[in-house]
Design a protein around this ligand. Structure first.
Ligand code: FCB
Length: 442
């Protein structure tokens, strides 16, 4: 399969890349890595079959061939994350040389291959020692994160093309503290409100120290999921609006306008950490770019309780991934346009993740992931439509380079452009990988 668009339809300085995250690929038993709350969450039954990131894709050892794969596809950039527990196994104190050395090699490996390093400082692997002190419920975690950010910049900063502070604050806060679906697995509205704010304090404090260190090109990565009302009924539309507020507006409004959306604050205000107002100026300090991760839409019906957050998700009619996520490329176009018009104006935007899970079959002929090819094609068209409308999108990253540890779903769900056999660690590029290569070569 071929993309309908050609690469020439995008500006010459537009960056195409592939993305991964440390805990999902590196293997925390390889090298020297402290424990994170994901190790605990997996052990305590939070993941499919109690699967964890102990070995994952053994990328800690196999990174040269993985970077070769990024390069051979013709990508310009590689988005990766740094494991905080490799740098500070206890979440504080002197950085560990072995951890910094690993990322030093990795970043040099990117530069040798002419790949731009797009680093993310926090992609969810919170050091367990900090999780044991209430993690993101505790404001102090944000200050520890700023220290860690400084260590990373001091060692790697001269070679990073871009730095994101946090990946997907909604997942860090709501999914993990309200829905209990990610580490630390809480279902507690008070904890949720604290995390919804403290994760942005972490961003703000990190940006502050990195600005002092003159680290260029700082941003943050937000995930957005289109909130579709299940019917036209007023109550369902309200449920969708509340979902949109929590998921899609809370963080961007704080970052860009220095306030939280009033329709959500109406319910979260009683649980907010004391003095939260004093942080809003720092939280809304200027950014150099904003990243949007987009996968799907969800359908919302009134949950009948009359209580916040009012919504229950129902199954929608569109084609779905193996995780039941509907394919809805118009949602990506919608968010790019709304983000520009309501929040970011001329600020450069990146699509920092986009992709789909499929239960791929590896045969002698490789992996024919036609569904994934179609998905990428439709979403790139959506990005292009937004750009034609004037949205300053500067790059697009496919999630993911490799099949990997898909958090609560363990190794059951595959998102890779490249198939991974977890027994042998053999990598096999899928049809979607070849499609990107052809697109990027043309
Ligand atoms: C995003 C995460 C990423 C991956 C994809 C499928 O929410 O950032 O790590 O799990 O979803």
């Amino acid at each position: 399969m071929r993309m309908t668009l050609s690469r020439a339809a995008f500006p010459t300085d537009f960056r195409f890349g592939a993305a991964t995250a440390a805990y999902q690929i590196e293997g925390t038993r390889l090298g020297t890595c402290g424990r994170s709350h994901w190790d605990k969450f997996a052990r305590d039954g939070g993941t499919f079959n109690n699967e964890n990131g102990d070995i994952a894709c053994a990328h800690y050892d196999l990174w040269p061939q993985d970077l070769d794969l990024v390069k051979r596809a013709g990508f310009d950039a590689y988005r990766f994350s740094i494991a905080w527990p490799r740098i500070q196994p206890e979440g504080r104190g002197k950085p560990l040389a072995e951890g910094l050395d690993f990322y030093d090699r990795l970043v040099d490996g990117m530069l040798e291959r002419d790949l731009e390093p797009f680093a993310t400082l926090y992609h969810w692997d919170l050091p367990l020692a900090l999780a044991d002190r209430d993690g993101w419920r505790n404001r102090d975690t944000a200050l520890r994160f700023a220290d860690y950010s400084a260590h990373v910049c001091q060692r790697l900063g001269d070679r990073l093309a871009s730095v994101a502070t946090i990946n997907e604050p909604w997942c860090v806060a709501w999914l993990s503290h309200y829905e209990g679906a990610h580490a630390p697995g809480l279902k507690d509205i008070s904890a949720t409100a604290k995390a919804m704010h403290n994760i942005l304090v972490a961003h703000a404090e990190s940006v502050k120290v990195m600005r002092e260190l003159k680290q260029p090109n700082l941003g943050i990565v937000l995930n957005m999921e289109y909130s579709n009302p299940a019917t036209d009924k007023e109550a369902d539309r309200h449920a969708a609006q509340i979902h949109d507020g929590i998921y899609n507006r809370w963080f961007v409004e704080a970052l860009r306008k220095g306030r939280y959306p009033s329709d959500i604050m109406e319910y979260l205000d009683p649980y907010m950490p004391e003095g939260w107002q004093d942080d809003m100026d720092d939280i809304s300090a200027p950014l150099d770019w904003l990243g949007i991760n987009y996968y799907t839409r969800s359908n919302h019906a009134d949950n009948g309780t009359g209580a916040f957050p009012f919504s229950r998700t129902v199954t929608g009619p569109l084609p779905k991934s193996s995780m039941g996520w509907e394919t809805y490329p118009d949602g990506l176009e919608f968010f790019l346009k709304r983000t520009r018009s309501d929040y970011t104006g001329d600020l450069p935007l990146y699509v920092t993740e986009n992709g789909t899970a499929r239960h791929d079959r590896l045969t002698e002929d490789g992996v024919d992931d036609a569904g994934r090819c179609g998905y990428f094609n439709q979403h790139l068209e959506a990005v292009h439509r937004a750009m034609e409308d004037g949205v300053p999108v500067k790059g697009y990253f496919a999630w993911s380079l490799l099949d990997n540890f898909e958090w609560a779903f363990g190794y059951r769900e595959r998102f890779g452009l490249v198939h991974v056999d977890y027994e042998t660690q053999k990598r096999t590029p899928k049809a979607s990988y070849h499609m990107f290569r052809q697109f990027l070569e043309d």
